[in-house]
Design a protein around this ligand. Structure first.
Ligand code: SOE
Length: 376
């Protein structure tokens, strides 16, 4: 009998559905060394969490997440709540000896992230942050090309995460729009993703300088129509320096009309360049200086072959996969880590480094200067 990992998930909305789907479909495509079991899902609203459990396939429900921490039939706590609850739940889970998967960004602040990372390390349990986009086969293949030296010295990364879901001034102050719940707006919610991709593909940040903007200053409250102040950024743009001397240009906004989920990057090196776009996620655009003069240009690599990481677990070449499969791929690594006793990257140490860059951009936007991102 394969080892089972009994999951207790806190939350059940958008990420709750993506995570539930990934746990359930993982064994279709991978021979996981540890098999996830949808043991319990927790949510404050009894009717809501019971309906979610029925739809998503969870064996039991709790209306207080603390019960999941107390239960000895739960091995892994999966945190898919709004950001302000991440630290309390993760630290309690670590202290109870549970493994932990936490949605991004890890925390509201560097101080919280540091406490979470320390608690997880002291517990000796497995911990990961759900930066799912690293696990698109094309992104993994980009990492292989870079690590194999195919691009040579890296000069540039320019990354954007463009959305447009709150351009209506009457869109209410949902939790992703309230600093006390989310920490920051576009910066921490979607900027965190492109920061993680930059750390994965280029390396560690050493300094940032940036700006943040809130275009619409007041919105209706989610529970009534009284307008409240918006205290988070609608958009951010910043520059970065990396340990390896590369330069970074980043932009994250929820006001790029027409871009529903435009998570994209281009990396330029001495020997070539690569480009990736989530909205075309199976493809990697590759340019190589070594190509014959007159025949040079970006070529499209369809990352659906055995040679492309994770792609071979799904369908024959050319049968593409989607957003939800990035979670399955990440979860295959999580199950491997739990079976073998290590925390695969991105783990809480990565989450802390990510939080340090986020906070650096916020401090720079206030001070106007460059902020050093030092070793923790
Ligand atoms: C924002 O709307 C959001 O849901 C992010 O919170 C997710 O992390 C991103 O993957 C999609 O957009």
């Amino acid at each position: 009998m394969k080892r089972q990992v009994r999951v207790g998930m806190v939350g059940y909305k958008f990420m709750g559905k993506a995570h539930s789907h990934a746990y359930r479909d993982l064994p279709f495509f991978f021979e996981p060394e540890a098999v996830p079991v949808l043991q319990a899902v927790a949510g404050r609203d009894r009717d809501g969490v019971e309906a979610a459990a029925n739809q998503l396939g969870w064996a039991s429900t709790e209306t207080d997440w603390r019960r999941l921490i107390e239960r000895d039939d739960i091995d892994l706590i999966d945190i898919v709540t709004p950001n302000h609850l991440h630290a309390e739940i993760a630290i309690a889970a670590a202290e109870a000896g549970k493994h932990i998967l936490c949605e991004k960004p890890l925390a509201l602040t560097v101080a919280e992230a540091r406490r979470m990372a320390r608690a997880a390390e002291q517990a000796g349990t497995v911990h990961m942050v759900c930066h799912n986009y690293r696990f698109a086969p094309a992104v993994q293949f980009a990492k292989k090309l870079i690590d194999d030296g195919r691009l040579g010295r890296i000069y540039h990364i320019r990354a954007q995460y463009l959305q447009d879901w709150i351009m209506d001034p009457n869109f209410p102050l949902v939790w992703r729009q309230r600093k006390e719940v989310t920490g920051s707006g576009a910066l921490g919610d979607i900027g965190a993703h492109i920061l993680d991709l930059a750390r994965f593909l280029v390396g560690e940040f050493t300094a940032v300088t940036g700006m943040m903007e809130t275009f619409i200053k007041e919105r209706p409250q989610a529970e009534d129509d009284v307008r409240g102040e918006v205290d988070v950024d609608d958009a951010t743009a910043f520059l970065a320096r990396f340990e390896n001397g590369a330069m970074g240009v980043f932009e994250a906004t929820r006001f790029a009309g027409g871009n529903r989920n435009g998570n994209r990057f281009e990396i330029n090196g001495e020997k070539g360049s690569i480009r990736w776009d989530l909205e075309n996620m199976n493809n990697l655009e590759v340019y190589l200086e070594e190509d014959e003069k007159g025949m040079q240009g970006f070529r499209t690599i369809h990352c659906t072959e055995e040679v492309h990481p994770y792609a071979g677990a799904y369908w024959p070449p050319g049968h593409i996969i989607g957003y939800e499969h990035t979670f399955i791929n990440l979860f295959s690594e999580l199950m491997k880590g739990i079976a073998k006793g290590y925390s695969p990257s991105p783990n809480f140490a990565d989450g802390l480094r990510n939080q340090m860059v986020l906070e650096g951009v916020e401090r720079s936007a206030q001070s106007g200067g460059w902020i050093e991102i030092s070793e923790d």
